[in-house]
Design a protein around this ligand. Structure first.
Ligand code: IVH
Length: 669
C-alpha cells in the first residue's frame, strides 16, 4: 500500500474503532461482533507498524496499555476539586432544601444522581483531545494517571460531535464493575495473594499501577457527573450532562431532574433498595441544584459547594445468631475462619456465612458461640460481622478459640511473623493444598490442560491416582476411562491435553508451579531475567530483587520455594517428563548479557521503535528498565518531547543520556 492510501485507511480505521468502542462500552449497543471488531483492530495495528510515521498516542490500538513503567507526576488542578457535605437522614435533607429555598427565594429544580463509590478523576481535553487525567489527590493537586486512564474504553480519547470548548474539563468516577472485581479476586486468591476488600480499593490499586497493560486487562469503567462551573456550557447542570453524553462520555441513565424535595426523597428510597441490582458500587445519592446561576449565587465553603449534598446510604445491618466457626484451607495453606450464621435476609440476599478474616478479628470481637452478632454488607461483597450483643450473651456460651491444628490434615498451624493469617505448613500432603495446586496447574492461564477441570482433579485425587502435579503425567487412558462420568473420549482428550502442555512456554510453566506471589506477570519478568530454571533456582536474594518489580516479599517466597527439596524434586521430575524450563531458541534469539547490571530509564517518543519494544530489548540484553530517576540509574534512553523537569533531574544527577541509535549500537542492532 502506498503511503497516502495507508494514511487514509489508518484514519478511517481509527474513526470506526472509536465509534464502535463508544457503541459497545458507553451505549451498550454494539453493532459489530467481537470478532469483527478485533479484525479491524488487527488491521490497524499492522498498518501502524508498517507506517510508524502516522503514530498517534490517541490511537485505539493504544488502549491495550504497555508495560513501560511510568511515574506519576503531580499536577495542579485548574479548578480545585471540592468534596461534598454528607447527610445521613431525610430530616437533614429537608433542612438542606429549606436553606436553599430561603437563600435563593425560589423552589429550585434538583438533579439527583447516584453517588458512585470508586476513584474520582478529572479529565482535561484540549481541542477535543484527552491531555491529562488527574486523580483527586489533595484537591489542589493530584497524580497524572493519563496512561492508565487511556485504557478505559468507555472514556473518549477524542470528543465526538461539536460545540465543546477548546479547554474542557470533566469530572467523574472510575469504577471496577462487580463481575470484574469478583473475577480478579478469585485470580488473586488462586495466586496466593490477599483479595481486595471491595471494588473501590481494587480500583484505587489498579489506577495507580505502574504497568498500564495490567490496568487494561482489568476492564475498568467510568461515569461522569460534573463539569466545573467556571466552564460555561449551559445554564443547567442537567443539560451540561446531556452535552457530555453527546460528546461521548458515559453519563448515568439514572440521573433524574426532580421538582421539590419529596421527589428527591422518592428517588433516594427507590435506589436505597434497588442499588444492589446495579453493575457497579454506589454508596448514596448526590442532590445538586440544577441552575448554574443559582449554584454561583449559593457559592462554596472552603471544602464543598453549598448547592449540593450527598445522602449516604446506610450499610444494611441485621442481627442473627452465630452457630459455629469453620476453617477453610486454601491452596497456599492459608487458613480462613468463616462464621456460620442462622440464615437471615440482608441487602437482597440470604446470608448464611460471614468472613472472619483471621484470629485477630475473632479476638477483637470477643466472639462466643451462640452470640447474637450484627452482620453488615457495606462496600464489601462478603458480609462481615461488625459487632456482638455481649449484654444478651448466655454465661455458658463458649469463647471462639482459633484452631491450633489443620482441620484437613492435623498438622500444627504456624503464623508467620508480621502476617495476620495462620498457615498449614504441610504443603506436601495436606489435601486441599495438593488439590488446589493441581487445579491451579491445569487452569487456563497456567498449563491450560484440555479436558480437565476442578471436578476431574477432585476425582483423580480421591481415587488416589494423583497425589502431586507430576502424577498427572503418569495417568494412563485405561485408568481414566474406568472412572464414572469419564469415558474413552474424555480420557483421550485429557491425555492429548497433557501431551500438548509439554509445549507450553517456560513463563507459564513457572506460573503454573504455584509459587506464592508469583502471578503471571511476575513469572514473565523472572523468565526474561533468568532465562532458565537453573539460574532462577540458584539466584540470590540480591539477584532476585534486582529484577524490575520483584520486591522483598516475592524474592523471599521464591527462595523459600526452591529451598524446599520436595519442590526441587518436583521440578526435576517435570523436566524429565518434558516440560519447558528454559526460554526456547526462538525466545532466546536476540538476547545477550550486554546490559547486565545496567538500569535504564526510557523517556520521550522514539523514531524507530515503540517504548515497549525498547523496554523489551533492554530486558532481552540483561538490563533493567526503571521507572524513576535515581542516583542508581545508569542511562537515560532519550527520545523526543521529554518533560523539562525530568531532563533537569537527569542532568543534576549527571546521568548519561543516550539516543535511540546509540542504544541500538550498544546492543549491536
Ligand atoms: S459531584 C463539586 N456527583 O463523591 C461537586 N460526586 O464526596 C463535585 N462522587 O469526590 C462532586 N458520585 O468522587 C459528584 N454523582 C456524583 C458523584 C460524586 C460520586 C464522589 C466524587 C467526589 C466525592 C465527594
Amino acid at each position: 500500500m502506498d503511503t497516502a492510501s495507508a494514511q487514509k485507511r489508518i484514519e478511517a480505521l481509527r474513526y470506526e474503532l472509536d465509534r464502535h468502542n463508544y457503541l459497545y462500552y458507553v451505549k451498550a449497543q454494539p453493532e459489530l461482533s467481537d470478532f469483527e471488531f478485533d479484525q479491524l483492530l488487527k488491521e490497524l495495528e499492522a498498518l501502524e507498524k508498517e507506517f510508524p510515521q502516522f503514530d498517534d498516542p490517541m490511537s485505539p490500538t493504544r488502549r491495550v496499555g504497555s508495560d513501560i513503567t511510568s511515574e506519576f507526576i503531580q499536577v495542579k488542578h485548574r479548578y480545585p476539586v471540592l468534596s461534598l457535605s454528607n447527610t445521613y437522614s431525610e430530616g437533614e435533607l429537608r433542612d438542606f432544601d429549606s436553606r436553599i429555598r430561603r437563600e435563593t427565594n425560589t423552589t429550585p429544580a434538583y438533579v439527583c444522581e447516584l453517588k458512585f463509590d470508586g476513584v474520582s478523576i478529572s479529565l482535561n481535553y484540549e481541542k477535543g483531545v484527552l491531555k491529562h487525567a488527574v486523580t483527586r489527590g489533595d484537591g489542589v493537586q493530584g497524580d497524572d494517571v493519563t496512561t492508565n486512564v487511556k485504557t478505559i474504553r468507555s472514556i473518549p480519547l477524542k470528543l465526538q460531535g461539536s460545540g465543546w470548548p477548546d479547554a474542557f474539563e470533566i469530572r467523574g468516577e472510575i469504577l471496577m464493575p462487580f463481575d470484574v472485581f469478583n473475577r480478579l479476586n478469585s485470580e488473586r486468591e488462586a495466586n496466593g495473594e490477599t483479595p481486595f476488600a471491595n471494588p473501590r480499593n481494587s480500583t484505587a490499586g489498579t489506577i495507580k499501577m505502574q504497568d498500564s497493560a495490567v490496568v487494561a486487562s482489568r476492564s475498568l469503567d467510568a461515569y461522569f457527573y460534573y463539569v466545573p462551573g467556571e466552564i460555561r456550557l449551559t445554564d443547567s447542570h442537567f443539560e451540561n450532562l446531556e452535552k457530555a453524553a453527546e460528546w461521548g462520555f458515559k453519563v448515568s441513565e439514572h440521573t433524574k431532574k426532580c421538582m421539590g424535595i419529596d421527589q428527591v426523597i422518592e428517588f433516594i428510597r427507590y435506589w436505597d433498595a434497588q442499588r444492589f441490582q446495579l453493575p457497579v458500587a454506589t454508596d448514596g445519592v448526590v442532590v445538586k441544584v440544577d441552575s448554574i446561576p443559582l449554584q454561583n449565587d449559593l457559592g462554596t465553603t472552603a471544602k464543598s459547594p453549598r448547592w449540593a449534598v450527598a445522602y449516604k446510604f446506610k450499610a444494611e445491618q441485621v442481627s442473627t445468631r452465630l452457630l459455629s466457626v469453620s476453617y477453610q484451607v486454601g491452596r497456599t495453606g492459608a487458613v480462613t475462619p468463616v462464621a456460620n450464621l442462622e440464615p437471615v435476609q440482608l441487602a437482597g440476599t440470604v446470608v448464611k456465612r460471614a468472613s472472619l478474616h483471621n484470629a485477630d478479628i475473632i479476638e477483637k470481637l470477643d466472639l462466643h458461640i451462640n452470640d447474637i452478632v450484627k452482620v453488615e454488607k457495606g462496600g464489601e461483597i462478603i458480609p462481615k460481622i461488625v459487632g456482638v450483643e455481649a449484654e444478651s450473651r448466655h454465661p455458658l456460651n463458649a469463647k471462639v478459640q482459633f484452631i491450633e491444628t489443620c482441620p484437613e490434615c492435623g498438622t500444627p498451624l504456624v503464623r508467620i511473623e508480621g502476617e495476620a493469617a495462620h498457615y498449614c505448613p504441610n504443603e506436601a500432603t495436606c489435601p486441599p493444598q495438593i488439590k488446589g495446586k493441581i487445579i491451579h496447574f491445569i487452569s487456563r492461564k497456567a498449563m491450560d490442560i484440555d479436558g480437565m477441570g476442578e471436578e476431574t482433579v477432585e476425582l483423580f485425587f480421591n481415587k488416589g491416582m494423583v497425589k502431586n502435579i507430576a502424577d498427572l503425567y503418569r495417568l494412563n487412558p485405561e485408568d481414566i476411562a474406568s472412572l464414572e462420568r469419564l469415558g474413552d473420549k474424555s480420557a483421550a482428550r485429557i491425555i492429548d491435553g497433557l501431551e500438548a502442555s509439554k509445549k507450553v512456554p517456560f513463563a507459564r510453566v513457572l506460573f503454573a508451579l504455584g509459587i506464592r506471589y508469583v502471578g503471571e506477570t511476575v513469572a514473565k519478568k523472572l523468565v526474561a531475567a533468568f532465562k532458565n530454571i537453573d539460574h532462577l533456582m540458584e539466584a540470590s536474594y540480591e539477584q532476585l530483587i534486582d529484577v524490575n518489580e520483584i520486591g522483598q516479599r516475592i524474592a523471599e517466597s521464591i527462595l523459600n520455594f526452591f529451598g524446599n527439596s520436595e519442590n526441587r524434586f518436583l521440578v526435576d521430575q517435570l523436566r524429565q517428563i518434558g516440560l519447558q524450563f528454559e526460554l526456547s531458541d526462538e525466545e532466546l534469539e536476540g538476547t545477550s548479557n550486554t546490559l547486565n547490571g545496567l538500569s535504564i530509564i526510557i523517556s520521550g517518543t522514539f523514531e524507530k521503535h515503540s517504548r515497549n519494544e525498547l523496554k523489551k530489548m533492554i530486558e532481552q540484553h540483561g538490563g533493567k528498565n526503571v521507572g524513576s530517576i535515581s542516583k542508581k540509574t545508569s542511562y537515560m534512553l532519550a527520545g523526543e518531547n521529554i518533560g523539562p523537569a525530568k531532563l533537569e533531574k537527569v542532568k543534576k544527577l549527571q546521568i548519561p543520556i543516550i539516543t535511540e541509535d546509540e542504544f541500538l549500537a550498544m546492543i549491536n542492532v
